[in-house]
Design a protein around this ligand. Structure first.
Ligand code: 13P
Length: 281
């Protein structure tokens, strides 16, 4: 049995100076790709999804697939709800056996964000489930909502310390200039701000919008306290671009292993590349 709490993975990661990859999965092939890659490198991993994937695939089947894969994996694996957008979804995922949850209340004013998170933390911790909170707002598309650049804002270090103290969250997602999806222009990632946040907040920090973030910035961010890095767009792209490329090949088009094997392998290669970077291998 290798299903573990994300909390345990992340505390160890921050303590030891590496990060655990959290990969968005939407069904069997993506789950297999992530677990196979992590097993090959003998590294822990986090399977996660948010409202978009849960609405598309259904929470129950996804939870069953992810938990089964994690339980039978040769490496420690956690099952996480990313960007939960309401309390009902968070509670549903807890019932379905997610080992950690995120409620994204980052669009709310500080006091209401804190109040919402306190409620989640109380319910989650009572059931042994860990919680990720977000302070600051990450640009790009999140949980089906488009956060344009004007609405994105960076995390304030003092507020972050107060937020962690008042909510009791186990991990904190920070806004330091990364965006969800591929960058449309050169990113301005504020490592100076991350350093100030990390000086005030000792719990594991989470970097959203991992896709397209330059490797040297990722390495530096990990050395400053980032312990979880979310990857979605690059994984979907690796899978789907491979699928599209083989569409003209008659041998592949109407044959299940033919259609899905190469995209799954491409997704696993991408996951391996990211895990090596995050673990400093
Ligand atoms: P990317 O799509 O940029 O990899 O971001 C994923 C993410 O942060 C999910 O919460």
């Amino acid at each position: 049995m290798s299903l573990v709490s994300m909390d345990v993975l992340l505390r160890e990661a921050r303590g030891q100076g590496y990060a655990v990859g959290a990969f968005t999965v939407w069904g069997l092939a993506s789950i297999q790709a992530v677990i196979a890659a992590a097993e090959e490198l003998n590294q822990p991993v986090i399977l996660q999804n948010g409202p978009l994937e849960l609405n598309w695939a259904g929470a129950r089947p996804l939870a069953l697939l992810m938990r089964d894969a994690a339980q039978h994996a040769k490496i420690p694996a956690a099952v996480h709800l990313d960007h939960g957008n309401n309390l009902e979804l968070v509670k549903r995922c807890m019932e379905l056996g997610y080992t950690s949850v995120m409620l994204d209340a980052s669009h709310l004013p500080f006091d209401r964000n804190v109040a919402a998170m306190r409620e989640v933390v109380q319910a989650a911790h009572a059931g042994g489930v860990a919680v990720e909170g977000e302070l600051g707002r990450i640009g790009g598309e999140e949980a089906g909502m488009n956060v344009n650049e004007g609405d994105a804002h960076l995390t304030d270090p003092e507020e972050a310390a107060e937020y962690v103290k008042q909510t009791g969250v186990d991990a904190l997602a920070v806004g330091i200039g990364t965006v969800h999806g591929f960058y449309k222009s050169r990113p301005n990632i504020r490592l100076d701000l991350l350093k100030r946040i990390a000086e005030k907040v000792s719990i594991p920090l989470v970097l959203h919008g991992g896709s397209g973030t330059p490797d040297e910035i990722v390495r530096e961010a990990i050395s400053l306290g980032i312990a979880k890095i979310n990857i979605c767009t690059e994984l979907v792209a690796a899978y789907n671009d491979t699928m599209v490329r083989q569409q003209t090949d008659e041998d592949f088009r109407y044959h299940v292993p033919g259609i899905f094997t190469k995209p799954r392998t491409a997704a696993a290669e991408l996951v391996k590349k990211k895990i090596r970077l995050f673990a400093g291998l």
